[in-house]
Design a protein around this ligand. Structure first.
Ligand code: NAD
Length: 469
């Protein structure tokens, strides 16, 4: 039973959805020029309103402006520029070879927009993860409804403004709101649903999509490991892991969730982690809480969730090697490094999604690889080593959405690579051409000559019955 407010939202959704259904038929034949003109309008809006974007994201969880510039604004403008540059090539039908048995025919793949799409976004990169998929939807010729996260209301309102000032709602529209709005949207027969969020909600989305057999892209999370082997450059590894982990206050889907470090270098590595954290976030020695370069936890619920993970770990014997300071009223958690971990701890089982870095030792690579393979497949995996054979081995013997040697998270910015997870960390890929594909139907096209067919000998009556094939 819907409340009067939900009934009103439902009617608005119904109206926009049916307008987008009609529009998607018109967009089916849209040229690259039309799609590029839409992308350019979006780019122009972002450039003109950069200051407003910074203010909105900052208001939501004190994300530092330089982090907003790089990980929210640049990521989207980079995605737009990449699509503008390559769209014509992506859209061109691709010829495929003709086997000898089909001589006379020709075959190609035609990229057809799937139609009307739904984009459900999370809060942790609220601008980037709502608008990045929109770039792909527009590039593919789809219409889109965006449901931004309710946990970042300033950014959600700004996304709505961007969309209302840039697009007709029959092409792109935004519905802000909580889970109930998401559920109302999910009841519609979308042609594609692009969801970014947790594996738990990903399952709900997949179930809802199955009602209409809507195709889905699920960009999920999980525990992404970083392996630091005995021959790694410890200063380099520690610096990159500290950046990848504490960026956005640890609330990054591809942050190294935990580190597996070779026992022989564990103490040195821990000291390096501490030194790099101090260098990045406490250069004036006034305490990290004073740093303008460090974000906050998004809300009290997540603050409590992370505090509970820490409390459970401490109760079961974990030790804080560095950090640990918490200021509830500021939703501040200091970058924290913990050791003495065991498998019965929640922090070792659940995605941390906060600035706590567990460091575990391993005796040999076999042990590290087995440890990772016993857990659900992660979104990303990082290996730090100077030995190419070690890197190759880790890449080959583990499974993850993406894998990087000697750095963290940089693959997100490489538009020529597919981005996404595998099983528990996601289904389908995004970014650049792969994002375009996610919103496209790769239609198989065959043309036969009139009066010709290589299959004629196969028609009945079946003279070949009983012969060997
Ligand atoms: P979430 O799953 O709680 O919410 C994501 C979106 O789903 C929000 O818009 C929310 O309103 C909606 N939602 C929540 N519950 C719903 C329900 N029952 N039915 C329908 N819709 C519902 O995720 P979050 O807390 O916003 O984001 C954190 C998670 O997202 C982490 O697991 C993180 O790893 C993951 N993540 C993944 C990527 C990626 O690219 N793979 C990127 C960022 C975050």
């Amino acid at each position: 039973m819907l409340s009067p407010n939900e009934e009103m939202i439902k009617q608005q959704i119904d109206a926009v959805f049916s307008a987008q259904k009609n529009q998607s038929l018109k967009l089916r034949n849209s040229t690259s020029l039309l799609r590029i003109s839409l992308l350019k309008k979006m780019l122009e809006w972002i450039k003109l309103n950069q200051e407003d974007i910074r203010r909105a994201v900052h208001a939501d969880f004190k994300k530092p402006y330089p982090e907003i510039d790089v990980s929210e604004i640049y990521v989207v403008t980079n995605e737009i520029n990449h699509a503008i540059k390559h769209l014509e090539g992506w859209m061109k039908p691709k010829k495929v070879p003709t086997p000898i048995t089909m001589l006379g025919s020709s075959s190609s793949i035609q990229y057809e927009p799937k139609g009307t799409s739904l984009i459900i976004a999370p809060w942790n990169y609220p601008f980037n993860l709502a608008l990045g998929p929109l770039v792909s939807a527009i590039a593919a010729g789809c219409t889109a409804i965006i449901k931004p996260s309710e946990l970042t209301p300033h950014t959600s309102a700004l996304i709505r403004r961007l969309v209302e000032e840039t697009f007709d709602k029959s092409v792109v529209a935004v519905f802000e709101g909580e889970v109930n709005v998401s559920q109302l949207l999910l009841s519609k027969p979308f042609d594609h649903i692009f969801f970014t969020g947790s594996p738990a909600v990903g399952k709900i989305i997949m179930k809802a999509a199955s009602e209409h057999l809507s195709s889905i892209t699920l960009e999920l999370g999980g525990k992404s490991p970083a392996i630091v082997d005995s021959d790694a450059n410890l200063s380099d590894a520690a610096e990159k892991i500290v950046y990848g982990k504490f960026l956005n206050c640890g609330q990054t889907c591809i942050a190294p969730d935990y580190v597996l470090v070779h026992e022989s270098i564990k103490d040195n590595f821990l000291n390096q982690l501490k030194e790099k954290t101090e260098q990045m976030y406490n250069p004036g020695k006034k305490g990290i809480e004073q740093s303008k370069d460090y974000a906050r936890i998004v809300n009290s619920k997540h603050l409590d969730r992370i505090k509970n993970l820490l409390a459970d770990a401490e109760l079961k014997g974990a030790r804080t090697f560095y950090g640990g300071l918490i200021n509830d009223s500021e939703k501040f958690i200091e970058p924290t490094i913990i050791t003495g971990l065991t498998e019965d701890m929640d922090i070792i089982q659940e995605e941390i999604f906060g600035p706590i870095l567990p460091v575990l030792g391993y005796a040999d690579m076999e042990e590290a690889i087995t440890y990772i393979n016993l857990k659900p497949k992660p979104l990303a995996l990082y290996v730090f080593s100077n030995d190419n054979n070690t890197i190759k081995r880790v890449f080959k013997e583990t499974s993850s959405g993406g894998a990087v040697a000697n750095d963290c998270a940089i693959h997100f910015l490489q538009n020529d690579l597919p981005f996404g997870g595998i099983n528990n960390s996601g289904i389908g890929k995004s970014h650049g051409y792969y994002g375009f594909l996610a919103f496209s139907n790769e239609k198989a096209i065959m043309k036969q000559r009139v009066g010709m067919t290589a299959t004629k000998p196969l028609y009945p009556p079946y003279g070949f019955a009983g012969k060997k094939i």
